[in-house]
Design a protein around this ligand. Structure first.
Ligand code: BV8
Length: 250
């Protein structure tokens, strides 16, 4: 045995033999890259901002400058951040074992992609993407790149606001993303649930779907989460510590 300690060694054997592995990630996956999580009491975004006020269409319409400013600051943070050892371990495993690993993320950053998991299923969109608030009625549609700079930028032709390409509360997830995530959860032999409080739906439901599909569900989180009951194994540690321990060398 490689001396990672019983649960890790057992899980490594299980992962070594797993034909299909699904990894569901949340904000905790990017915490060690310096991106604030949402709920962590002191440092979390929600301790300083009201999600309904900032991550919703109503909130944006009520104060476009406030919400755009908040996303602009988070975008800068994402651009300055780098994938951590957890992202890197997932990217390296995917390179060694093409087609065996599916990453499903709630995160709107691009750290999984930058670490080599180009096929990451993005449940909640992409913070670096620009979209029109209203669907542009012109044909061809106006390009957000031509928008007049501002907070937020606006269309010079029709005054339409630019908004970030994320899924706001009350909005449907991107077409196909939830279906693809459901399918990956359903077919996986092992699901690693990394760095999520399990508070946001329908993403949180994927752990239960994997368990009901017969998968061995493992939670990686230094704190208890709302979906710990779905896990067969709970590892109290961080993404950057435990993912290399679980995957490196396999
Ligand atoms: C929808 C993009 C159809 C924007 C986000 C069923 C029950 C209850 C409510 C609902 C339900 N179905 C729908 C709802 C409503 C709502 C919802 O879930 N509300 C919650 C708050 C109760 N869901 C929706 O609105 C979804 N849309 O359902 O559409 C519909 C529409 C209307 C009505 C019905 C149905 C859309 C949800 C997506 C919202 N957009 N992000 C943006 O980023 O600004 S959600 C956002 O918050 C993130 O993407 C993420 O998903 C979530 C934060 O959760 P986590 O990622 O888990 O992060 P958190 O900070 O909470 O926890 C971090 C964890 O990491 C902690 O546990 C911590 O211990 C751990 N950790 C810390 N450090 C580390 C670590 N772990 C490992 N390593 C470390 N180093």
């Amino acid at each position: 045995m490689s001396g990672h300690g019983a649960p890790i060694d057992e899980l490594r054997e299980r992962l070594r033999g797993a034909g299909s592995i699904c990894v569901l990630t949340g904000a905790g996956m990017s915490a060690e890259s310096g991106i604030a999580t949402f709920r962590d009491a002191l440092t979390g975004l929600w301790s300083r901002f009201d999600p309904a006020q900032l991550a919703s269409e109503e909130g944006f319409r009520a104060d476009p400058a406030l919400v755009w400013g908040w996303y602009a600051a988070r975008r800068d943070g994402v651009r300055r951040a780098a994938p951590n050892a957890g992202h890197v371990a997932l990217g390296a495993f995917a390179r060694r074992h093409p087609g065996r690993l599916t990453v499903v993320s709630q995160n709107v950053d691009d750290l999984h992609q930058r670490a080599g998991n180009a096929g990451t299923i993005r449940l909640h969109g992409d913070i670096l993407e620009d979209r029109w608030l209203e669907a542009c009625k012109r044909r061809p549609a106006c390009d957000t790149l031509t928008a007049t700079p501002g907070t937020p930028p606006r269309c010079a032709e029709c005054g339409n606001f630019v908004r970030p390409g994320v899924v706001w509360f009350g909005e449907m997830l991107p077409a196909g993303a939830l279906e693809a995530a459901d399918a990956a959860a359903e077919r996986c032999d092992v699901m690693l649930v990394v760095g999520t409080s399990g508070a946001v739906w329908p993403a949180a439901g994927l752990a239960g779907r994997a368990r009901r599909g017969g998968a061995h569900v493992v939670i990686v989180n230094p704190q208890p989460s709302e979906i710990d009951d779905e896990a067969h194994t709970v590892l109290r540690g961080t993404a950057a510590q435990l993912l290399p321990a679980l995957l490196d060398g396999l």
